[in-house]
Unconditional design. Structure first.
Length: 406
């Protein structure tokens, strides 16, 4: 596999944004040409993986000192949106790949980083952000056992990430840790990925059985919420869930915007039933298009506004408080809800023809809806925000997605 060339990204925010969006344009043709292949393979096409490696887009969240872009959260949102509008599988791979590279780059000690990012090469990394399975503390590290679901990108990854609890002294809560290990040391259960949406993302299960992971290839997950990276700047002081909340909003908004573009294009020529005029000439459609456009713009603007607020605080080295964390997550959930509403109606206006699997609109419909099954954008995201507004203290002050230990 071709290595990601080590590069130095501009320090100026606007210039860095331009470089990253130019990188998206640079691989547009490859991603579009292999989008159908990803659906057939149930994972990114090899040519798309190579294009990502060459583009450096998986360096979006990697600390600058390791050759990463370490882009601000709004720029990240724009990049993920842009890729998603080209191809949904590629958009999902952008957000998962970027976080999976950024986390170990920021939180692992030098000894592990020198192995994973040897000679400045940035490998494809995939995995899950949640906690499952079990980890047993042993001399020099841990033994990791479990089956980890929704390991997006696992089929093309060289390294995998998984979270697991480590049982502490009796009566003490378990320590939650994240582990990084070579993909060839895990069993990839590709047969688990037969799904209705996000087909081309390769989000299959993987498992380990007593796999030894050295101490320096894992970290205490608490440092992510506390904003205590080993390396990296402001984005690693965002805390959780602010560090990842922009991703799901970006994917949903990018997908919905593309669905809106597709139905507008279709409506110029399509008639429904016995109608003598095209859909675009109907006042009900015109009303909906105007409203849908504004809803997407409003949801996006609110997401960007709250991300800028969080980033300004993080840039001072302070982690945004629970109230703002809750607001970031709630804004992400709202963006996803608006995206689902717009995409659903776009699909309905397209009529029976949209059911054909060869049509692009049905893919955006399936994938936007599927993306919003993710726990990061479920209805619980509103609860902590509402509790703060009501003067209450949420039970989960950082408003993170529920943790499942199994």
């Amino acid at each position: 596999m071709v290595a990601t060339p080590k590069r130095a990204y501009p320090k100026d925010r606007a210039e860095k944004r331009r470089v990253l969006l130019d990188a998206v344009e640079g691989i547009r043709e490859v991603l579009a040409a292999h989008a159908d292949e990803a659906e057939e393979l149930r994972t990114l096409a090899p040519a798309a993986v190579e294009a990502f490696m060459q583009s450096g887009l998986w360096c979006l969240k990697l600390p600058a000192e390791l050759g990463g872009a370490e882009a601000d959260p709004v720029t990240q949102l724009e990049v993920i949106e842009a890729v998603t509008k080209i191809d949904t599988s590629a958009g999902w791979a952008t957000m998962i790949g970027a976080t999976s590279v950024g986390w170990p780059g920021a939180y692992l000690p030098d000894s592990a980083v020198e192995v994973i990012f040897k000679d400045g090469r940035v490998p494809p990394i995939a995995g899950i952000g949640g906690v499952s399975g079990t980890a047993e503390a042993v001399e020099g590290g841990h033994k990791l056992t479990g089956r980890f679901a929704f390991g997006s990108g696992a089929p093309h990854a060289e390294w995998l990430i998984a979270g697991a609890p480590v049982q502490g002294p009796e009566g003490e809560p378990p320590e939650l840790r994240t582990f990084v290990f070579p993909a060839d040391q895990a069993t990839i259960h590709f047969e688990s990925w037969f799904v209705a949406g996000l087909k081309g993302t390769g989000s299959c299960d993987f498992s380990t059985d007593g796999l030894f992971v050295a101490e320096d290839f894992s970290w205490d997950r608490g440092i992510m919420s506390r904003g205590e990276p080993v390396r990296g700047g402001a984005i690693f002081h965002l805390g959780m869930p602010a560090f990842t909340a922009n991703e799901h909003a970006a994917f949903a908004l990018g997908g919905a915007r593309r669905a809106l573009e597709l139905i507008i294009e279709l409506a110029q020529a399509k008639k429904r039933g016995q109608a003598s005029t095209v859909i675009a000439s109907r006042s009900v459609f015109q009303h909906w298009v105007g409203e849908a456009d504004l809803k997407l713009r409003a949801a996006r603007a609110r997401m960007c506004e709250v991300l800028e607020e969080a980033y300004a605080i993080a840039s001072t080295g302070v982690v945004p408080d629970g109230r703002l964390q809750a607001e970031v997550r709630a804004s992400s959930v709202y963006a996803a809800d608006v995206a689902v509403e717009v995409t659903n109606q776009a699909f309905r206006f397209a009529g029976g023809g949209a059911l054909q699997s060869s049509g692009l609109l049905q893919r955006y419909w399936r994938d936007v809806l599927a993306s919003c099954q993710h726990g990061a954008v479920n209805d619980a995201g509103y609860e902590a925000h509402g509790q703060y507004l009501l003067g209450m203290t949420p039970e989960v002050p950082m408003a993170a997605p529920p943790t499942t230990v199994r």
